[in-house]
Design a protein around this ligand. Structure first.
Ligand SMILES: Nc1ncnc2c1ncn2[C@@H]1O[C@H](COP(=O)(O)OP(=O)(O)O)[C@@H](O)[C@H]1O
Ligand SMILES: [Mg+2]
Length: 228
């Protein structure tokens, strides 16, 4: 197997300043490289900039300055169409609050990103079967998310994030609402999925346990600007 030595993520002098009544320097100029298939935990106190960093990586937030080079393209320069495509196919997002559509069934939630990606119906159905099998959620297919437990909903959310086979999974405090045992299961699941498919995982967490499921832990601190 040929190994791609070029990092999949290269963050160069990334700055995010929120302007309001007061200016908040959320990212003070960060440099970071992440290899394909690497599992990275971003740790640090609440308010340190973890979510901001993930939102920049997700193409949801345009940073004040700096570059985010993903697979050799600077996503900061992307136009809206390129960003929409990037968000749909290159990254999968997982949140603490699951972010499932409550009025759609589990099956429809998993299918939705594939509809957006214009995947044919037959292929969508095959992929759904594959995912529900992997995540052991087949028995919830016709249920709506509010009827599931937190751990079950997060498994569905992982299936949604994986639907379009993204190269990068971005998870923001994915176990923040779960008990220790369920958190453990979710970490294991995420980590195993990424290992199995050489998917890169960038996971924000303030949980010291998270690093046992990662290859590298990065701690954000209040330093003015830093190389990680
Ligand atoms: N939309 C926003 N407008 C203004 N300030 C924000 C906004 N989002 C986050 N911040 C501020 O930026 C800093 C970093 O926030 P965040 O990235 O959410 O940190 P974390 O995820 O590590 O808790 C905090 O001081 C927060 O208050
Ligand atoms: Mg956060």
């Amino acid at each position: 197997m040929s190994k791609n030595t070029q990092p999949i993520v290269q963050i160069v002098d990334l700055v995010q300043i929120y302007k309001g009544k007061v200016e908040t320097i959320a990212l003070p100029g960060i440099n970071l490289k992440i290899n394909r298939g690497e599992r990275v935990v971003i740790r640090g106190k609440s308010g340190i900039g973890k979510t901001t960093l993930l939102h920049c990586l997700a193409g949801i937030l345009k940073p004040s300055a700096g570059k985010i080079i993903i697979e050799n393209r600077n996503i900061v320069d992307f136009n809206e169409d390129q960003l929409a495509d990037y968000r749909c196919t290159t990254v999968g997002l997982i949140y603490q609050s699951y972010n499932l559509a409550p009025f759609l069934t589990v099956e429809e939630n998993i299918e939705f990103p594939m509809v957006i990606a214009k995947i044919r119906r037959e292929k969508r159905k095959d992929r759904i079967l594959e995912l529900v099998d992997l995540l052991e959620i087949e028995r919830y297919l016709n249920q709506k998310p509010p009827y599931l437990s937190g751990g079950e909903q997060q498994r569905v959310a992982i299936a949604v994030a994986l639907a379009n086979k993204p190269a990068i999974i971005l998870a923001d405090e994915p176990t923040g609402n779960l008990d220790t045992e369920t958190s453990d299961q979710v970490y294991k699941l995420l980590s195993n999925m990424c290992i199995a498919h050489n998917t890169t995982l960038v996971m924000a967490s303030h949980d010291p346990e998270a690093k046992s499921y990662a290859d590298r832990e990065i701690v954000l601190s209040k330093l003015k600007s830093h190389d990680l």
